[in-house]
Design a protein around this ligand. Structure first.
Ligand SMILES: *[C@@H]1O[C@H](CO)[C@@H](O)[C@H](O)[C@H]1NC(C)=O
Ligand SMILES: *[C@@H]1O[C@H](CO)[C@@H](O)[C@H](O)[C@H]1NC(C)=O
Ligand SMILES: *[C@@H]1O[C@H](CO)[C@@H](O)[C@H](O)[C@H]1NC(C)=O
Ligand SMILES: *[C@@H]1O[C@H](CO)[C@@H](O)[C@H](O)[C@H]1NC(C)=O
Length: 329
């Protein structure tokens, strides 16, 4: 190896090391390997994340039904000591069948959702599931989301999110938001699937537990995710006020928010980015902030920097009566 080749090899290795590191936020990432419970997690690959409904979006009476059904499969999961359990309900409220991932038996595509669909088909000869609702402890992977859409389900409900399986729980999964697939329904089925994530999320996450300290387990993966500590000390303070709220002709509630970003630090902040939570929720319209190519991330729309003591105004209209929370990244 001559001198130039060696330098090239060293640079190449360094490049590879930093390329890996760049998937993490080194300041905010706990332990450098996974997101902790206090961290909001996203996959490294940027993409437009669409909106799964969350329990906050669901009327209380309906949510109670989803929670009862989620608790039923969590109970089965705990009693069978299996993580991924699914169930299928008829629109009249009858439980039709369940299915669970039996540690990859009889084959590696035997995920809980696939097993439940196969079970119901074996029991009742069902081919299509128009009007049926599917529940699952973990968000459908890319394969199962495809199967659910091809099967024409009406509703899909899960407890634990894929990004938390990958980024916090260190559990092997395809780093993919199922809503990205469910949103493409028009070419497969007539009606959009009602997609609800995070039902009994804490209880479901607790059942998945953690594989982060079990590197020899078959489910273990070393995650590569963006982890943002939403409790980090902010030099840009965001203060928001609801300026109005109304209900439109279609019975949807909207609210309008006016926000002021103030630099409460002692140095000018240039090109700041903000994370918005809850994740996947986007305003109907927004001014002053513009979306970046990263999920849930926003930049100042026109001003590159905010001097100490200076302010920057933005605003938006959002469905519901709750504000979107913005955190400086
Ligand atoms: C932030 O800090 C508070 C208080 O210590 C804690 O209750 C909360 O869980 C932390 N994380 C988030 C995401 O707010
Ligand atoms: C609901 O529909 C299923 C499937 O047709 C049927 O087996 C069940 O008896 C029905 N239950 C009620 C309460 O109507
Ligand atoms: C199929 O679903 C039924 C009804 O929930 C359940 O009793 C049975 O155990 C399920 N079979 C499998 C293989 O999971
Ligand atoms: C936020 O803005 C409102 C309305 O302008 C103001 O009354 C309030 O004091 C501000 N809060 C903070 C923490 O700056």
């Amino acid at each position: 190896m001559n001198k130039f080749t060696s330098i090239f090899v060293i640079l190449f290795v360094l490049g590879a090391v930093f390329a890996c590191d760049s998937d993490y936020d080194p300041v905010n990432t706990a332990f450098g390997t996974k997101c902790t419970a206090q961290h909001h997690s996203t996959f490294p690959a940027p993409g437009s994340r669409s909106t799964a409904l969350t329990p906050n979006d669901i009327p209380a009476a309906e949510l109670a039904v989803h929670e009862e059904r989620m608790r039923y499969i969590l109970d089965i999961a705990r009693s069978k000591n299996r993580k991924f359990v699914s169930s299928i309900y008829h629109s009249n409220g009858t439980l039709m069948c369940i299915g669970f991932n039996d540690l990859g038996k009889p084959n590696l595509i035997s995920h809980g959702e696939i097993m439940a669909i196969t079970n119901c088909t074996n029991l009742y000869g069902l081919a299509a599931y128009d009007g049926y609702d599917l529940y699952t402890t973990g968000e459908p992977c890319a394969m199962c989301a495809g199967a659910i859409m091809w099967s024409h389900f009406r509703t899909v409900v899960w407890g634990t999110y894929n990004h938390d399986l990958v980024c916090k729980i260190c559990m092997s999964n395809i780093p993919f938001e199922s809503t990205a697939l469910f949103d493409t329904y028009e070419t497969v089925k007539i009606n959009k699937i009602r997609v609800i994530g995070g039902v009994l999320q804490q209880e479901s996450d607790a059942w998945f537990g953690t594989y982060c300290d079990r590197p020899t387990n078959i489910f273990y993966i070393a995650p590569k995710c963006n982890c943002v500590n939403v409790n980090k000390t902010q030099t840009l303070s965001v203060n928001q006020t609801r300026t109005s709220s109304w209900i439109d002709g279609g019975n949807t509630q909207y609210s309008q928010w006016s926000g002021v970003i103030t630099n409460i630090g002692t140095t000018t902040v240039t090109f700041p980015n903000f994370l918005s939570l809850p994740s996947g929720v986007a305003p109907q319209s927004i001014w002053g902030l513009s979306r970046t190519s990263v999920d849930d991330q926003w930049a100042l729309a026109w001003n590159p920097s905010i001097a100490p003591g200076a302010t920057f105004n933005f605003g938006y209209i959002i469905s519901g009566n709750d504000k979107l929370n913005f955190y400086q990244e």
